[in-house]
Design a protein around this ligand. Structure first.
Ligand code: ADP
Length: 254
């Protein structure tokens, strides 16, 4: 049984500043199917979107986003658990920061917790601890965190469910002739320097943070798959049927 990490971003989880319950249900339905075949860990953003309907502060200020995330995190977990219950499953919350992976002791304890949860059929749901760390809120939208989670917690594959359905040879929102790259074995240093996407202003990662996550995993002989989080058909056929229809697979050659 393989261990896989699924990371889902703010855009997929929210719509007009609130959680999109229908997409969360679709996601949970997929995760439950995946749990039949693999050990699954979820890395989920979305706390700010979940908290904003309760605490409407100016999101441009970092402290406000941290406070909104603190309000939203339990709401987000409640939403996941409500959907998981429909399938007889439960989720557990782990709030981590990048520093936790720098400490061998903290990382070991977190991995033991994850192992025990997985042995007992619980879905670990990880988010950044936004009150003490701000990487996700400022830059990255958990792309970096999820690559560390995948590597340090012993997963073979990281799946990024994004607003984009794969990695293209150029930005598909700017170029009509952009072509999706189905398999990528290596990332050139120049690709990691691409100008930050327009979404940067709204505190999410853009494609560069995803490529950095892929680069981190490729260097360690692990794989990453990017597919759409809006339409789950590509990730379903790849993970549940073993057919690589759409989406980009980053995997080392040997
Ligand atoms: P998410 O919120 O799902 O984490 P982002 O919106 O932060 O995702 O990043 C994905 C965006 O990156 C795409 O919508 C796309 O506009 C942009 N992008 C820039 N270059 C590329 C590329 N070569 N391939 C795919 N997407 C790209």
């Amino acid at each position: 049984m393989k261990r896989v990490v699924v990371k889902v971003g703010t855009h997929v989880l929210s719509e007009q500043n609130r959680l999109c319950k229908e997409r969360i249900l679709n996601l949970v339905e997929f995760l439950v199917a995946l749990m039949e075949k693999h050990e699954v860990i979820l890395v989920s953003s979305g706390a700010v979107a979940a908290g904003y309907s309760i605490l409407k502060l100016d999101k441009k200020l970092l402290h406000n986003r941290q406070a909104i995330a603190a309000v939203g995190q339990p709401q987000l977990m409640a939403t996941y658990n409500k959907k998981l219950e429909k399938f007889g499953k439960s989720g557990a919350q782990l709030l981590l920061t990048a520093d936790d992976f720098d400490s061998r002791k903290r990382c070991y304890h977190a991995k033991c917790t994850i192992d025990t949860l997985l042995e007992n059929g619980i879905l670990p749901i990880i988010n950044e601890n936004d009150a003490t760390a701000t990487e996700e809120l400022v830059f990255g939208d958990n792309d970096q965190l999820s690559s560390r989670v995948a590597y340090y917690f012993g997963a073979d594959l990281l799946i990024l469910l994004s607003d984009i359905d794969g990695y293209y040879d150029k930005d598909p929102h700017k170029h009509d002739d952009a072509k999706m790259r189905k398999i990528v074995h290596e990332i050139e240093p120049s690709e990691l320097e691409v100008e930050k996407s327009a979404n940067f202003a709204f505190a999410t990662g853009g494609i560069v943070t995803k490529l950095k996550a892929a680069d981190f995993l490729l260097e360690r002989k692990k794989s990453m798959f990017i597919a759409s989080g809006f339409d789950l058909s590509d990730v379903k056929s790849f993970m549940l049927e073993g057919v690589h229809q759409g989406g980009t697979l980053f995997t080392s050659k040997d």
